[in-house]
Design a protein around this ligand. Structure first.
Ligand SMILES: *Cc1c(COP(=O)(O)O)cnc(C)c1O
Length: 320
C-alpha cells in the first residue's frame, strides 16, 4: 500500500512556509450550538484563492536542480493549474498548463497572468492529457498530478497540521473531497494525535468518484455532471496509487450533498458569515446545514477550500 508519511507532511510544512499562508481558523457562530462549536479553516484566503497552492508549491520545491531547469506540466483549468502556475512562477521554474480548445479565453488568460505557458490541445481533457504526456516524454517536463502525487498530498496535509496547532482539542474535520489529495493529507496529519479525530469527506451527489470507488473497492470511472461544485468533478484515476488507499484507511465517513444544499450553503456563508466561497468549498457547510453531518463532537472544523468563483454566477446563486 502506498501512502504519504507524517514526516513528509512535516517536511512540506517547513518547506512551503515562506510561500504559503498559515490561514486563520475562526469560529462560525451561525453554525455553532450547545453540542458543537464549529470553526472555519479559511483556505479561501490563500493566494490563487484555494488550498491547492500548498501542494503545488511543495511539488515545485521537491524538484531536483535538473528537473527545475526543465519545468513542470499539469492538465487543469482550475485551482490546481492556478496554484502550479503561481508557485512555479514565484520559484523561477517554467510551468506549462495544458487544456482543451473548449476552455474559454478568460480562463486561459488567467493562467497566463499567473506566469505560466498555456498549451491548448484537442477537444477534451483527455486529449490535453495526451499532449502533456508528450511534453513529459519528449521535453522532460515533470508532471504534477492535482491529487495523486505524494508531494502534492504532503503539501495539502499541512492544512491538517495547522488545524491541530490552532485547535488541539478538535473532534472532527469536514473536508471537501474530489480526487482526495486534500483529505488524504489532512487525515494523515490529524490522525497523528493520540486523541480520536473524525475525518469526514464531503462531495456532490452526482459523479462522486471517490465515493463510488470506495463502494466498489477499487477506482471506477464516473460520468461528469455540471455542478455548483465544479472543482470536485472528474475521476480519481483508474491507476490511482495513493489517495484511494489513504482515503480507505484514514477517512471515517463520506457524505454526499445535493446542488440545492450546496447553493443553500453558499447563501448561508455569504449572508450569515459574510464570506464568498465557491460551491466546492462550501460542501462542508452544506453537510452541516442539511443535518447529514452527525456526531461531530464538541469542536468541528470545516475546511472552506476555495473562493475561485465567477462573481456573476455567485451573485445569481446567492440572490435567488
Ligand atoms: C481541488 C479542490 C477540492 C478537492 O481536492 P482533492 O484533493 O481533489 O480532493 C476541493 N475544493 C476546492 C476549491 C478545490 O479546488
Amino acid at each position: 500500500m502506498a501512502e504519504v508519511s507524517l514526516a513528509e507532511i512535516e517536511c512540506a510544512q517547513v518547506a512551503i512556509a515562506p510561500y504559503v499562508r498559515h490561514t486563520p481558523l475562526i469560529p462560525a457562530p451561525s453554525l455553532s450550538g450547545d453540542q458543537t462549536g464549529v470553526y472555519f479553516k479559511l483556505e479561501i484566503l490563500q493566494d490563487t484563492l484555494a488550498f491547492k497552492l500548498r501542494g503545488a508549491t511543495n511539488a515545485v520545491l521537491s524538484l531536483t536542480p535538473e528537473e527545475r531547469s526543465r519545468g513542470v506540466v499539469a492538465v487543469s483549468t482550475g485551482n490546481h493549474g492556478r496554484g502550479l502556475a503561481y508557485a512555479a512562477g514565484r520559484l523561477g521554474v517554467k510551468a506549462v498548463i495544458c487544456m482543451s480548445e473548449l476552455v474559454p479565453d478568460n480562463k486561459r488568460q488567467a493562467i497566463r497572468d499567473l506566469g505560466a505557458e498555456v498549451c491548448i490541445h484537442g477537444r477534451s481533457q483527455d486529449e490535453a492529457q495526451v499532449e502533456a504526456d508528450r511534453l513529459v516524454a519528449e521535453k522532460g517536463l515533470v508532471m504534477v498530478d492535482p491529487f495523486d502525487d505524494p508531494r502534492v498530498i504532503a503539501g495539502q496535509g499541512t492544512v491538517g497540521l495547522e488545524i491541530l496547532a490552532d485547535l488541539p482539542d478538535v473532534n472532527s474535520v469536514l473536508v471537501p473531497l474530489s480526487g482526495g489529495g486534500l483529505i488524504a493529507g489532512v487525515a494523515k496529519a490529524v490522525k497523528s494525535t493520540p486523541r480520536p479525530v473524525r475525518v469526514i469527506g464531503i462531495t456532490m451527489d452526482q459523479g462522486a468518484a471517490m465515493y463510488e470507488s470506495q463502494k466498489a473497492g477499487k477506482p471506477v470511472p464516473v460520468a461528469e455532471h455540471a455542478s455548483l461544485a465544479d472543482a470536485l468533478g472528474g475521476g480519481i484515476g483508474l491507476e490511482n496509487r495513493y489517495t484511494f488507499d489513504m482515503t480507505r484507511d484514514y477517512v471515517d465517513d463520506m457524505l454526499l450533498v445535493s446542488e440545492e444544499e450546496i447553493a443553500a450553503a453558499m447563501k448561508h456563508l455569504y449572508w450569515r458569515e459574510r464570506l464568498v466561497v465557491e460551491g466546492s468549498g462550501a460542501v462542508g457547510v452544506a453537510a452541516i446545514l442539511s443535518g447529514k453531518a452527525e456526531a461531530l463532537g464538541a469542536k468541528a472544523v470545516v475546511v472552506l477550500s476555495g473562493r475561485n468563483v465567477d462573481m456573476k454566477r455567485f451573485t445569481e446563486v446567492v440572490t435567488t
